[in-house]
Design a protein around this ligand. Structure first.
Ligand SMILES: [Zn+2]
Length: 115
């Protein structure tokens, strides 16, 4: 067991489980962390949340490191004869809203027209 009385495990971890974990080697602990992460629910990805709004055409979606590249054509506010316009390039990320209790949403960063 731990020699440090202040090093108390999280109260949601049972004493039995905490004791078993304290007996593990470093490599076993790393394997436990890796396995535990695979058991946690995965946060939604951009692809999970992405859907075309009315009049939009999503042409390309590519996962990149830290964002997702999305190319789409979209209608303007007026709905003119040339709608939809573009294609336009966006970098899209998932934004979490833990403070106001809303679910995650997409943050769209406009990069410009695609030739
Ligand atoms: Zn238009």
């Amino acid at each position: 067991m731990s020699q440090n009385p202040d090093n108390r495990p999280d109260s949601s971890l049972s004493d039995d489980l905490a004791e078993r974990l304290s007996d593990l080697t470093e490599s076993e602990l790393r394997a436990v962390i890796s396995h535990a992460e695979s058991l946690l629910p995965r946060p939604p990805t951009v692809a999970d949340l992405l859907e075309a709004r009315p009049g939009e055409e999503i042409l390309d979606v590519e996962e990149r490191d830290g964002y997702t590249k999305v190319v789409k054509r979209q209608p303007c506010a007026q709905g003119c004869e040339e709608c939809p316009h573009g294609p336009y390039l966006y970098h899209v990320r998932v934004e979490k809203h833990p403070e106001d209790g809303e679910g995650p949403s997409l943050h769209w960063q406009f990069l410009g027209p695609v030739r």
